[in-house]
Write a protein that binds this ligand. Structure first.
Ligand code: HEM
Length: 154
């Protein structure tokens, strides 16, 4: 088989690993895309349904709406799960595309590293935002009346 021929789908790998030695990271990545895809359908459509269709729908979305959601551990974990799964899914999907299309080994390495660094940074930042969010931080007389009242009430 030459380099530009695609192998038959079920053809054995040309250089098989010795049985049981080393983990097959590519297979884990392939599985991750399917499993996270299924979970993301539930998480993303649940998120869209609750935010856009229940209650006042899109017109009800403001600072108080977000503060209300982040006050609940259930929605904190829902959002963090969505964040982690989608960012790892997106980065791993982009890694596949980079590996498929970028022919230079150095460029490929740089791009794949950049992908994981960007995803890691966004996961860290997003997780911190969700779990440390405090609607009363910086609330003073310049803030909206209802927010001053709410925060003063504890
Ligand atoms: C409704 C939720 C989603 C489902 C069910 C889903 C499902 C999938 C599946 C099964 C694959 C693998 C395709 C293959 O190997 O041929 C994939 C690839 C990919 N997904 Fe998702 N995904 C979802 C959401 C997302 C999100 C939110 C992002 C971005 C953050 C994303 C970015 C990607 C990328 C970049 C690829 C690689 C495409 C390729 O290999 O050509 N997906 N998705």
């Amino acid at each position: 088989m030459t380099a530009d021929t695609i192998a038959a789908p079920r053809a054995p790998h040309e250089t098989p690993r010795p049985r049981g030695r080393g983990r097959n990271l590519e297979k884990l990545g392939w599985l991750y895309m399917r499993i996270s895809g299924v979970l993301l359908v539930v998480l993303i459509f649940g998120h869209l349904f609750v935010n856009l269709m229940l209650g006042e729908g899109i017109h009800g979305i403001d600072f108080a709406f977000v503060a209300g959601k982040f006050a609940s551990p259930f929605w904190q974990w829902w959002d963090v799960l969505m964040l982690w799964l989608a960012l790892i899914h997106g980065a791993n999907g982009m890694r596949t595309i980079v590996n498929d299309y970028v022919t230079g080994a150095t460029t490929r390495k740089v791009l794949v590293w950049a992908l994981w660094i960007a995803a890691g940074f966004l996961i860290l930042l997003g997780t911190l935002v969700v779990f440390t969010f405090d609607p009363c931080l910086g609330v003073d007389s310049s803030t909206t009346d209802w927010l001053i009242e709410k925060c003063a009430a504890g």
